[in-house]
Design a binder for this molecule. Sequence first.
Ligand SMILES: [Zn+2]
Length: 271
Amino acid sequence: MPWLPEIEILKKKLKKEFTGKKILSVEFYKESEYYLQVRLLEYELTNKHILNITRKGKYLKISLEGGNNLIVDLKVTGILRYFSEKLSINSYTPMILEIDNGYLCLQNLSLRYISSIPTMQLKNNQIFRNLGIDPLSNKYNIEIFYKATNKRIGMLKTNLLDPSYITGLGNYYVDEILFLAKFHPKKEISKLNRLEIEALYSSINKILNESINVGGSSREEFCYLDGSRGRFQNNFNIYDKEGKPCPICRKNIKRIFIGGRGTYICENCQK
Ligand SMILES: [Zn+2]
């Protein structure tokens, strides 16, 4: 499951591998329901140079010569792989870009999450209009986080999973962040004082950076272009550790449900 750290790492790898390269052809698994979209993408991608590869929240943005941008949302299952030889197109690999240095293959994702948006329309596109703060952005700082957090109501965990508040934090990242900050996931966000908001801010930064430093996390199938995997899942303190001792106080870790999401907590440490 790729979240913000994994998409950030993937973006850097894509940028290094494909910036300045040319898309020679594009092949889709012929899903008739996407016929128009597929024809349009074919027209907009073929014979175009890749100018840059960036990220907006969890969306990858591949900027192309001619003013279009290929937008890829890997959701929770998608993978991008790079091969020097061509794979066969099928329902598991529904899009293959032939680039002058190899083949970029989209796997395990419906074509519905691929789109092309002209640069002029990016700012007002509905995909990006409601994106929350990006904790890996250069512009992100405590004042931005404080201002956004001050407007929120409801449980901490529900808020941290809401991409219109903060983008790209998945279930296990949120559990690890709240454990580090020593906050109960059901704590009311509107009751946090300045010091508590600062503690939350620094826990978010610490967990995301720890993950990036070990190559992100690769739970289930997720991997990078060359098939390599991240290791942050081996560093979890609390997530998926029901019944095991809390690494701080040794009391048993519990699993509760919040908004239908399995949530791991130490009731002794997290208040
Ligand atoms: Zn504990």
